[in-house]
Design a protein around this ligand. Sequence first.
Ligand SMILES: [Zn+2]
Ligand SMILES: [Zn+2]
Length: 474
Amino acid sequence: MIFCARKLTSSARLYKIRQRADAAGLVFCHSEPVPENDRSAVERKEGMNVLTTRPRGTSDILPEEVWKWRRVETVLNETAALYGYSEIRLPVFEHTELFQRGIGDATDVVEKEMYTFMDRGGKKSLTLRPEGTAGAARAYLEHKLTSWPKPVKLYYMGSMFRYDRPQAGRYREFHQFGVENLGLTDPAVDAETVALAYDICRRLGLRNLKIRLNSVGCPQCRGAYREKLRAFLRPVLGELCETCRNRFERNPMRILDCKNDACRALTQGAPAVGESLCEDCASHFQEVRNHLDRMGAPYELDPSLVRGLDYYTRTAFEIETADLGAQSSVCGGGRYDHLIKDLGGPETPGMGFALGLERLILIMEAQNLFVQPAGGCDVFVAALGLRAAYEASALIQELRGMGLAAERDYQAKGLKSQMKAADRLGAKVVLILGEDELSRGEIVYRRMDESAQETLSVEAALGRLEEVKGAAEK
Ligand SMILES: [Zn+2]
Ligand SMILES: [Zn+2]
């Protein structure tokens, strides 16, 4: 028998001790009630009910927020279309190997952050997509878009998943918009992609924008660069975090974007990749800049800018805004000329960027860029009495058929409470159906903005609503 004399406040610990006792065939006693199962232990430990609390790192987007998302999505869809992009919708999970190969084994995303699980049946490992480019590249090969005229311009929007520490604007299920421009190495493609990202930010109204631009070179210049970097880091190798020590031989460039404070301090002053370009990469980068100069997209060169994922080559960029302090990056992207070949396809260069919608909306809120649209109710129908309530049902359907947003008070109390309901909904017009008016085929037509009303025939009222609708659409 085990008796736990010490008072344990954590029911999760109690549960664990009980489990061990059970496994050893011992009876476990305690002065406190012992949790029966893991779920109740977790609930008590975190003080939450898992049935009424969403998982950590996820978010519910309530109606009072959704209009902001729609506004952003509209700008994204419209701007992408202006630049000749077509939308592609991809699965939320893919084979795990796609991300291991596409993103790279030695990245934080693949090493620590993926939601990976065995499919039922236990033969296939699947992963919730942590980003969109690998899936787009996979679809490009699977559907033989290789035969389309080049460049193939695709964009996507949707949920991505990373097991990361949640913080402001960063979630485990988050939403990204991204574009992929596939098939050409032409520097004009790079410049246009940067300009598109900048244009989106501008059209959303973002202020204090800054484009940081760099070239991270090709495998050829990177070989030489890695050696320079190793030479710089070798004296402090023992002081780097364990992950970075493992990266030192495999992929020392990853050490530059380690989030560990000690590693960040130790990499200060490291040689910059943008300063070690081969001749081809240097002239490609110069041409990208020539195009951008003509396009009026203001950029700053940042030789230390490295993108977080292995597949980037040559042009890399980030767009920042100054309003969220340290968390100021709005979007980032770059060129990836070897990804599709790495996935087993033909040599296919690509260029793209992704933009996190949660972060973007947070920044737009901080910059006061959202203006709430007017209420969605065009006409409110108030009915007095049961016969009028039936007529209201018919009339509302007719109004909706005309393309007007129509609403009613289902509980149809007195006129006063129905007028209040109309007010709350922001109705532009209220139609009042009373028994007397109905018997004469009439209706009371009340304009809410002028607080003026008159009695009209039903046809006249409908005719006037056509005009209201026409005016609203102009
Ligand atoms: Zn190069
Ligand atoms: Zn580190």
